[in-house]
Design a protein around this ligand. Structure first.
Ligand SMILES: CC(=O)N[C@H]1[C@@H](OP(=O)(O)OP(=O)(O)OC[C@H]2O[C@@H](n3ccc(=O)[nH]c3=O)[C@H](O)[C@@H]2O)O[C@H](CO)[C@@H](O)[C@@H]1O[C@H](C)C(=O)N[C@@H](C)C(=O)N[C@H](CCC(=O)O)C(=O)O
Ligand SMILES: Nc1ncnc2c1ncn2[C@@H]1O[C@H](COP(=O)(O)OP(=O)(O)OP(=O)(O)O)[C@@H](O)[C@H]1O
Ligand SMILES: N[C@H](CCC[C@H](N)C(=O)O)C(=O)O
Ligand SMILES: [Mg+2]
Length: 493
């Protein structure tokens, strides 16, 4: 793309020195490690390093132009802007030719349920024979091909590039998780969402956002970004809000788009009632503006009823017929690592779940309570280099809602695993949960001790196939470990 087109897309900037001959920019990047000759390098301040300190290296590697927000001294032209993250989002949208405008874009935000809801939406559209794309915690998926991801919502360049790849192969519907951190860091600026979904808001990420108000504000940005494009056929721009959550009610104020509400409360437009939770599924009556259908699903728990409602509402907002959405939701099985049962011949039920916040842990344990007859084991740790304040809370919930809590490690990252455990133990001063710093040992002990009829919840890592110690990822999979331990147990009587 011609450099003039990129530069012109930035309304407020200074170019030094002035560019007299237009030239081609071969790629955009914020990472010197990726630079190809002819690149535009955007200097971004990070947590470990400031991209502005790498600009000479960028030029040596072939960058022909730099975008910066601090004065720098290099031999190539520099585009000075107020905020390089914002410039990066605009430039990425322009460089990849605004892919989000060519596809139906559904963004899902909220503390819990994003991965589940995006997968449900994706499945609904696949059942309609639509070519779909998905971006989130587990991967980026373009039709049937998956690509790894570092972040739930990647940086603006990766996001726009992925959207462009989707558009190129004919994807029409994109479901993407939009994390609060991404919203604050501007990773999704420039994306033209058609439907924005709010799941819920409870404590998480307070290492990053500092206060709950900041966290709510971050989530609200998706609904402000939705804008207000009203098509005559009523198809565009819908905010799908869980109004059982007071934050969902608040977000009604922040959007100028159409609003579609869901929840269990009587005033929700899309509503579930008469919920029955079983050990292997859930039933409820779905009311769509008062029209009732009985729904039977393989997903377990009230929290999953909310996820089903969110997905239903997102697809309904996109214009799909009610009956066809329900058919899909009745067929769908869960997402890997979300309340996933591990096959067991022992009479012990083992569930691997990605609950890594106080609210999700509480929901998972309450759901187990609704069908468990005997002991409930809860193997739980808390992540390092993440919100420290949630540790004591999660520990307390584990102790109060299980009969056999077992504390262990979950991605200690650069923290001392024992220090994380101490933060957890501080939340339960009068209790003495079993503690095994080694997660494999914790899972093995739980499986060894459990008797037929007991339920074991292994919480926190879900689909993850690694344990992060320091900055290194070691292969570790809760499902594999549980299966190995179960294989050593005798068959149930
Ligand atoms: C705290 C945080 O958000 N960090 C993100 C950040 O990394 P960083 O700040 O450490 O970057 P850095 O290493 O200091 O580098 C700064 C700049 O210099 C550049 N650089 C760096 C080194 C080099 O040799 N050359 C070079 O050009 C980098 O490309 C970058 O532009 O920029 C990276 C590239 O965009 C992100 O992958 C990384 O996310 C890390 C992996 C992370 O763990 N983020 C978490 C907190 C996060 O964002 N989580 C949310 C929510 C998760 C959820 O709820 O599901 C998410 O959306 O993932
Ligand atoms: N609607 C919900 N309300 C509360 N808890 C939920 C809900 N949906 C899922 N959970 C719990 O949260 C865990 C994570 O679910 P999911 O991966 O769908 O959420 P997420 O928002 O994508 O999480 P992350 O922020 O880590 O990407 C699940 O394993 C389950 O325990
Ligand atoms: N997306 C979440 C995942 C947490 C998963 C848990 N296993 C942990 O490492 O804390 C985060 O990065 O905060
Ligand atoms: Mg997720």
């Amino acid at each position: 793309m011609k450099v003039s087109k990129l530069i012109n897309s930035l309304k407020f900037k200074q170019v030094q020195p002035t560019i007299t001959t237009d030239f081609d920019v071969t790629m955009l990047t914020q990472d010197t490690r990726e630079i190809q000759p002819g690149a535009m390098f955007i200097a971004v301040g990070g947590y470990h390093i400031d991209g502005h300190t790498l600009v000479k290296q960028a030029v040596e590697k072939g960058a022909k132009i730099i975008v910066a927000q601090k004065r720098i001294n290099v031999t190539v032209p520099v585009v000075y802007v107020q905020n390089t993250e914002r410039a990066m989002a605009i430039l990425a949208d322009v460089f990849f030719e605004a892919p989000s405008q060519k596809m139906h874009m559904i963004g899902v935000t909220g503390t819990n349920g994003k991965t589940t809801v995006t997968h449900l939406i994706d499945q609904i559209y696949r059942d309609q024979n639509q070519a779909t794309g998905l971006m989130g915690t587990m991967y980026r998926r373009i039709k049937d091909e998956t690509f790894p991801t570092e972040n739930t919502t990647p940086d603006a360049i990766t996001t726009q590039k992925t959207l462009a790849q989707m558009r190129e192969v004919g994807v029409k519907i994109v479901s993407m998780e939009v994390s609060s951190i991404a919203l604050v860091l501007g990773r999704v600026w420039g994306i033209d969402y058609d439907v924005a979904v709010f799941t819920n808001l409870t404590r998480d990420h307070l290492d990053f956002h500092k206060t709950m108000d900041d966290y709510i504000h971050a989530k609200s940005m998706l609904f402000a970004q939705l804008g207000n494009k009203y098509n005559a056929d009523g198809t565009s721009k819908v905010a799908v809000l869980n109004t059982d959550d007071p934050v969902g009610r608040e977000f009604e104020q922040y959007t100028a788009a159409h609003v579609l509400t869901y929840g269990l409360n009587t005033d929700a437009m899309i509503r579930a009632q008469n919920i029955q939770i079983y050990s292997h599924g859930t039933e409820f009556d779905l009311s769509v503006f008062g029209h009732l259908t009985h729904v039977t699903t393989k997903l377990i728990g009230q929290f999953n009823v909310y996820n089903l409602l969110a997905a239903f509402a997102a697809a309904y907002a996109g214009g799909l017929p009610e009956a066809q959405i329900i058919t899909s939701l009745e067929k769908v099985s869960g997402v890997k690592g979300r309340f996933q049962s591990i096959p067991s011949h022992t009479g012990v039920r083992v569930i691997v779940d990605y609950s890594h916040t106080p609210d999700s842990l509480l929901n998972a344990l309450e759901t187990i309570h609704s069908f468990a007859k005997k002991d409930i084991y809860c193997v739980i740790g808390c992540g390092g280099d993440r919100d420290k304040g949630k540790r004591a809370k999660m520990a307390k919930i584990a102790v109060e809602y299980s009969t056999k809590p077992i504390f262990t490690a979950d991605n200690p990252r650069t923290e001392d695993p024992q220090a994380i455990l101490n933060d957890m133990l501080a939340g339960v001063p009068n209790d003495h949960p079993e503690v095994y710093i080694d997660r494999r040992e914790a899972i093995t002990k739980a499986v060894e001790s459990a008797k037929s009829g007991d339920v074991i919840l292994i919480a926190g890592k879900g689909h993850e196939d690694y344990q992060i110690l320091g900055r290194t990822k070691h292969h570790f999979d809760d499902c594999e470990e549980a299966a190995k331990a179960l294989a050593l147990k005798p068959v149930a009587d």
